[in-house]
Design a protein around this ligand. Structure first.
Ligand SMILES: C[S@@+](CC[C@H](N)C(=O)[O-])C[C@H]1O[C@@H](n2cnc3c(N)ncnc32)[C@H](O)[C@@H]1O
Length: 859
């Protein structure tokens, strides 16, 4: 070799071949035989391997060292001079290049080219020879033209496939063989579909041909362009072949060897599609299996898969509504939820009374027996053609030859197994309270269409007993739990299983059916055609006869609701029912009108009492109490703020009385105490009656009186005004009076006792306890003197007030005496409150009694 050639520098390299264009043509051709590794295209000048391959290697270098010098970085990259490469590889049978630009022989040794006779290679060979019409003749004497090169495509494809097969190894080949066996195909008799797939696999868009875009104006042979679908299928097939086996688990054999355990079923090509309940086709199939089911159309045959579906596609196909899994949702009874009372649970039917006799005597149907064939693996036996199923018998060991695992007509056995487990998921239902329909049953798991949910158990009674119970025991009940079992026999679920709580719906999701289990009829609730989702309320159509004339309104809320519980009526029945209802409606209207008239009369009577009258109110009503307190407060504030009150207060402070008051002042008349008292009381009565008549002025006067009283009370505690009054107006001593000594000592007390404006009432109030019972807002006071003598406790209403006035005088007399004696005592009262005329009257007269308070005025 010329050493000059060997001294290839980076600079030279970059100029001679931008993009790592390395001239390896003649050298590679020469060396390829003795140095197979040279077939790996060199990638860059720094690649020592490339240098060697281009004969720039010193021949003296020991060949054994070559592998050691090959670095990791010396890997091929993706830029080649394709023309050169193809020429360089001319001596080989074929050259192939895939999309990444790698030569096939970088993966597979040339020496193995002969082993290309893999099944896939054969297959491709066949497919190519059969379907492709690629012109492979070139004009004689001409240099290999483009089209000639095109003729080698076939070989290249074969090479590629062969190499792939060889690379993937025995396992893949075995798989392909197995797949072929499953499809029942020999090499020769492949289905047209498979051929098509293979063709598409070979030629698909973006497939082998597309990868071989050696020249822009490549003449594509005439064959149909692959569709999108076939392309997908082809890709799937390719993936099926090339994917490593990941399904299955390893298991150890007896001699400790690890062998793969293969799935017997799954998403494999050649198997039936799943009978998933959420799948419309399979649902129909199940419906068809049930006798008496509404849908009787023949279910379509399940399709056989020609290729394995990708998991993603099967998920998309079997889409269903999202439901929170049971263990997350678990709509179970919460603490505090209402539980049904009055329910005695029994899980097995009990024969009661004459039903037992009837049961024993009743003619039992001869036990039916089915002759269903053993089903194919993975299929359910005793389908819709099963004789037992048709006769409404459950299969069992006595009447069915199939193994329980093969038989699909053993719902009660299935239920028994589930109940034995005992968890709430296995039981699958629970009682819940509904809005308008009492209790109901809710699913706490999902149920397949037609799957048994629960048994309806209870007391089995005769028809006659049922009628008696209806008439006597249940006549006042709103809910009945009676269900006909067989002729003359009824299940009374009043004492029974949870199924008794299932409500009616005109669009139900369950159905109740009777099955004979070992010759014994039993009722059960089955999921309807759409299955049941977790959390759904279970309902079935009661479709019962009404006992009596009344029909219960239905609150199922379904779009097709009939409006009533019970079965749909025929025209005559509907007419009769409409007539009855019309009558009832008329009666109800008449009753309502009567009640309205009565109410109106009451209202009129009430209104006739006058506009201000709002009726007596209960005195212990907290609202009234609050209102009264508020009114009282407002009145007090108004009184304190009224200009008249202030004027009077000012005058009182100055020591002069208003002229009007002065005129009526008993002090001026200097009459006898009794007369003065009478005059004062009369005056108060007059004022109070004006107030009672709602006279605005009088109310103001009343305020004034009250203010005055307060003023006077202050006076009594030693104000200047009182002292003045005492000095100037002090009466002559009364030698005969038993109080004269006291009068002389204190003077003022007596003088002020009987005047409206006198301090009598206020002074008395000071000495006498006023009780204002908080719980009972009636205002009143137990009058007692210092000796503890009870003076008065009079209950008063407006009607007897006048009479009481008479008593009042006597009371006051006694009181007066008491007051004289106890004048010096410490005040023992709290400040009296003003709010109503009655209260004021009581204040001013000193008469305290249990008074019923009112809003406004009494009539
Ligand atoms: C067999 S019981 C069902 C359980 C019942 N809800 C309970 O609380 O016991 C039948 C009674 O439930 C009530 N009911 C059931 N479904 C109803 C519906 N759709 N509308 C109104 N009431 C219903 C009626 O009172 C009926 O007599």
């Amino acid at each position: 070799m010329a050493p000059a050639t060997a001294l290839l520098t980076r600079a030279e390299s970059s100029t001679s071949s931008i993009g790592s264009h390395i001239d390896v043509g003649p050298l590679a051709a020469d060396d390829s035989a003795d140095e197979p590794s040279a077939s790996t295209p060199p990638t860059s000048v720094s690649d020592s391997r490339s240098m060697n391959s281009s004969k720039a290697v010193d021949d003296s270098a020991p060949p054994a060292e070559e592998p050691a010098r090959r670095t990791r970085r010396a890997r091929p990259t993706s830029s080649y001079n394709l023309k050169q490469l193809s020429t360089a590889q001319q001596p080989l049978t074929t050259t192939s290049r895939n999309a990444s630009g790698l030569s096939g022989r970088t993966l597979v040794d040339n020496a193995k080219d002969d082993e290309r006779d893999t099944p896939l290679g054969d297959k491709l060979d066949k497919a190519l020879n059969k379907d492709w019409e690629i012109p492979n003749e070139s004009p004689k004497g001409k240099l290999p033209s483009r089209i000639q090169r095109q003729s080698s495509i076939r070989d290249r494809v074969k090479n590629a496939a062969g190499k792939a097969g060889s690379v993937l190894g025995k396992r893949t080949r075995d798989m392909v063989e197995t797949g072929r066996r499953r499809l029942g195909m020999t090499k020769e008799e492949q289905s047209p579909q498979k051929n098509k797939l293979l063709k598409e696999l070979d030629l698909g868009k973006g497939g082998v041909l597309d990868e071989m875009d050696l020249e822009e104006d490549f003449a594509v042979p005439t064959f149909a362009r692959p569709t999108k679908r076939s392309k997908t299928e082809a890709k799937t097939a390719l993936r099926e072949i090339t994917q490593p086996m990941t399904i299955g688990q390893f298991q150890k054999t007896s001699d400790g060897k690890k062998v793969k355990k293969w799935q017997p079923a799954g998403l494999f090509a050649g198997q039936d599609e799943d009978a998933d309940p959420s799948h419309a086709g399979s649902r129909k199939k199940l419906q068809k299996k049930r006798p008496g089911s509404s849908t009787s159309e023949a279910a379509p045959e399940p399709k056989k898969r020609s290729v394995m579906p990708l998991p993603m596609f099967s998920y998309l196909d079997n889409s269903r509504d999202f439901v929170i899994p049971y263990d997350v949702f678990a709509p179970s009874w919460k603490k505090g939820d209402e539980k049904p009372k009055d329910w005695h649970k029994i899980n097995r039917n009990r024969l009661v009374g004459d039903a037992k006799e009837l049961w024993d005597r009743s003619e039992r149907l001869a036990q039916s027996a089915c002759v269903c064939p053993i089903p194919a693996k993975g299929e359910a036996g005793c389908d819709e053609t099963c004789l037992n199923r048709v006769m409404q018998y459950e299969c069992g060991k006595d009447n069915c030859n199939l193994d329980p695992s093969q038989c699909s007509n053993r719902p009660f056995a299935e239920l028994g197994e589930r109940i034995k487990k005992g968890g709430s998921f296995d039981i699958g239902v629970e009682v819940v309270k509904t809005d308008k329909r009492g209790f109901g049953i809710r699913a706490c798991r999902s149920f397949r269409p037609g799957q048994i949910i629960m048994e309806y158990t209870g007391e089995i009674i005769s028809e006659a007993e049922c009628q008696r119970r209806m008439r006597e025991d249940y006549k006042d009940k709103a809910c009945y739990y009676l269900m006909e079992l067989e002729r003359n026999l009824v299940i009374d679920g009043t004492r029974g299983s949870m199924a008794r709580f299932i409500n009616h719906s005109c669009d139900p999701n369950c159905e109740v059916r009777m099955l004979k289990v070992g010759g014994t009829p039993r009722m059960a609730v089955f999921a309807g055609d759409s299955g049941i989702m977790t959390g759904e309320e279970l309902t079935y159509d009661y479709n019962f006869d009404n006992f009596g004339e009344t029909r219960q309104p239905c609150y199922c809320g379904a779009g097709n609701c009939r409006g009533y519980l019970g079965k749909r009526l025929n025209a005559a029945e509907q007419k009769k029912m409409a007539k009855l209802e019309e009558e009832k409606r008329r009666e109800a209207a008449a009753l309502a009108a009567k009640a309205a008239a009565k109410e109106l009369a009451k209202k009129k009577e009430k209104d006739s009492r006058g506009s201000g009258w709002r009726g007596w109110v209960p005195v212990d009503d907290p609202e009234v109490k609050a209102k009264l307190r508020e009114q009282k407060k407002q009145a007090e504030e108004a009184a304190m703020n009224s200009s008249r009150a202030q004027r009077l207060a000012a005058r009182a402070r100055r020591g002069s009385m208003p002229a009007s008051e002065a005129k009526t002042s008993p002090m001026k008349k200097r009459s006898s105490p009794r007369r003065r008292k009478t005059a004062a009381v009369d005056e108060i009565k007059r004022r109070v009656s004006r107030v009672a008549d709602n006279d605005e002025d009088a109310i103001e006067d009343e305020d004034a009186i009250i203010v005055k009283k307060n003023t006077l009370r202050r006076t009594s505690t030693g104000s200047r005004f009182t002292e003045d009054l005492d000095m100037e107006k002090r009466p002559a001593s009364r030698p005969n009076s038993r109080h004269s000594a006291y009068n002389r000592a204190t003077g003022i007390v007596k003088r002020t006792t009987y005047s409206v404006k006198s301090a009598k009432s206020s002074m008395d109030l000071k000495r006498q306890p006023i009780t204002e019972d908080d719980d009972n807002i009636t205002l009143g006071k137990q009058i007692s003197n210092s000796n503890g003598r009870s003076m008065s406790k009079v209950s008063s209403t407006k009607e007897d007030e006048d009479e009481e006035d008479e008593d009042e005088m006597d009371v006051d007399d006694d009181e007066d005496e008491a007051s004289e004696e106890d004048d010096e005592e410490e005040p023992m009262i709290e400040k009296p409150k003003r709010n109503s005329s009655i209260f004021s009257l009581a204040n001013l007269t000193g008469k305290w009694k249990q008074t019923k308070l009112t809003f406004g005025k009494a009539p």
